[in-house]
Design a protein around this ligand. Structure first.
Ligand code: EPZ
Length: 421
């Protein structure tokens, strides 16, 4: 296992290229299962989660070829419909093959995705959406077992206790595109990753109206064809580098990223005093004055993303004053607090809100990454901390941040990877 070592205290500056979005790419690769024809997916980041998804596709009998960031999927003639425990248990997002298998094979067996360090992650909305389409679906032997011979369009409201659901919307939509008749999904998620998936499905010949809104109207078709698609850039990776500029008092230009996808973050940071501007083909984030503390609440898109909460907390931990960070998507997603405290942060958890008292500085320490975004938060803290920080268990980071140490190194950080002893 690897760890990341950071000697903190350097100002980051320069240009960084943002990779393709992990959370758009995973369901798009799954969607290729809806056709018998070849699809070509470009701008695929080199990440552990992507390898897991490719293993799942291969395990289903699909041929997959990789050439750099381009993946060619040849599903012709695949007959299998099982996504086994050994693969699904390593990545919760594997559940997004459920909708495509139901749509194409009219049956599926997908290992029930387990719990997760960021709190309970139920799949009742996935089940609700698919049941509404006439799918007979139950949990047996730890698997979601679906029989979809009566797959037909229907109306379904996909709102849960915490609002809309990204992957439940994706799964329901991917089953509906090959269902008989019309499906209306109310309270559909409209995260940019869902929009990218929808655009890919439309390229495959799906008939979907209401793209990027909370009401998707899907007219089922008999067959989809293969398509070529370039995945959108990763707004969460982009946001993390913007925060790296803020926390190191730096000046970073991000290439290939859409400002409109991260307005909730950039607006907060601008209010805090960071200069964030549209630059040629991207965004420039520059520390120009002392930052002010900011309160944020995570919400479904276009609200402040839960996937930026931990990283934003690292910045507030060293911003003079008090800020309150409230989680409305995953109320237990606060494991990073105790690790930030090891570095000298002063953070109090009150229910689903963290009260952060900005301290003058952090000091490097050995810390343990608990999930992907918590790991990114610890890296940000390490960049500003005095001395050496060892971020252990960075396999989490490798699930979601392509070439993180190379990108940070290029921006002037002193960072390297070491094998754990
Ligand atoms: C996606 O997960 C992302 N993963 C997550 O990113 C992200 O945190 C999350 O959306 C929220 O934006 C992928 O896209 C692969 P949800 P997803 O269903 O779709 C509740 C990362 O770090 N809910 O939109 O699984 C749920 O508990 C990861 O990259 C139900 O109640 O999340 C949560 O409170 C972590 N029932 C809320 O909805 C359900 O059936 C939103 O979750 C499903 C979800």
């Amino acid at each position: 296992m690897d760890k990341l070592v950071i000697e903190g205290g350097r100002r980051l500056e320069g240009t960084v290229k943002i990779s393709g979005a992990k959370n758009a790419c995973l369901p798009i690769l799954a969607a290729t299962l809806l056709s018998d024809e070849r699809s070509v997916i470009k701008n695929v980041p080199a990440l552990r989660d992507m390898s897991t998804m490719l293993k799942i596709l291969k395990n289903l009998g699909v041929r997959v070829q990789q050439d750099g960031s381009t993946i060619t999927v040849e599903p012709a003639g695949y007959k299998k419909y099982v996504a086994p425990y050994e693969l699904v248990s390593t990545m919760r997002a594997s559940v997004c093959v459920l909708g495509p298998l139901i749509g194409k094979q009219k049956k599926a067996e997908v290992s029930f995705p387990g719990g997760c360090i960021i709190g309970p992650r139920p799949i009742d909305l996935h089940m609700k959406g698919l049941k509404a389409l006439g799918v007979d679906i139950k949990v047996e032997r730890g698997y979601i077992v679906a029989d979809a011979k009566n797959l037909k369009g229907s109306n379904v409201y996909l709102g849960g206790h915490f609002g809309s659901s990204v992957l439940a919307t994706g799964n329901t939509m991917m089953a509906a595109v090959l269902a008989k008749g019309t499906t209306v999904i109310e309270n559909a998620a409209c995260e940019p990753e869902v929009v990218d998936l929808t655009n890919f499905l439309i390229k495959m010949g799906a008939r979907i109206e209401g793209v990027a809104t909370h009401r998707l109207v899907i007219e089922g078709v008999k067959k989809l064809h293969g398509a070529e698609h370039s995945v959108i850039s990763d707004r969460i990776e982009a946001g993390t580098y913007i925060l790296a500029a803020a926390i190191t008092k730096g000046d970073i230009t991000l290439e290939g990223v859409a400002l409109e996808h991260i307005v909730a973050l950039t607006d907060k940071l601008a209010e805090a005093g960071l200069e964030v501007k549209k630059a040629h083909d991207g965004i420039r984030a520059r520390y120009a004055r002392k930052l002010r503390p900011m309160d944020v609440t995570t919400l479904p898109y276009p609200g402040f993303p839960t996937d930026m909460q931990a990283q934003f907390m690292s910045l507030m931990a060293v911003t003079d004053g008090i800020s309150v960070i409230t989680e409305k998507i995953y109320p237990e997603r606060f494991i990073h607090i105790s690790e930030l405290a090891r570095m000298g942060a002063d953070i109090l958890l009150e229910g689903a809100s963290a009260i952060v008292k900005g301290v003058k500085g952090l000091s490097g320490a050995p810390v343990m990454a608990s999930d992907l975004r918590a790991s990114a938060a610890l890296v940000l803290a390490g960049l500003v901390a005095k001395g050496r920080t060892d971020v252990h268990r960075i396999y989490h980071l490798d699930r979601g941040y392509e070439d993180i140490e190379k990108k940070l190194l290029k921006l002037g950080a002193k960072v390297w990877r070491e094998k754990e002893k």
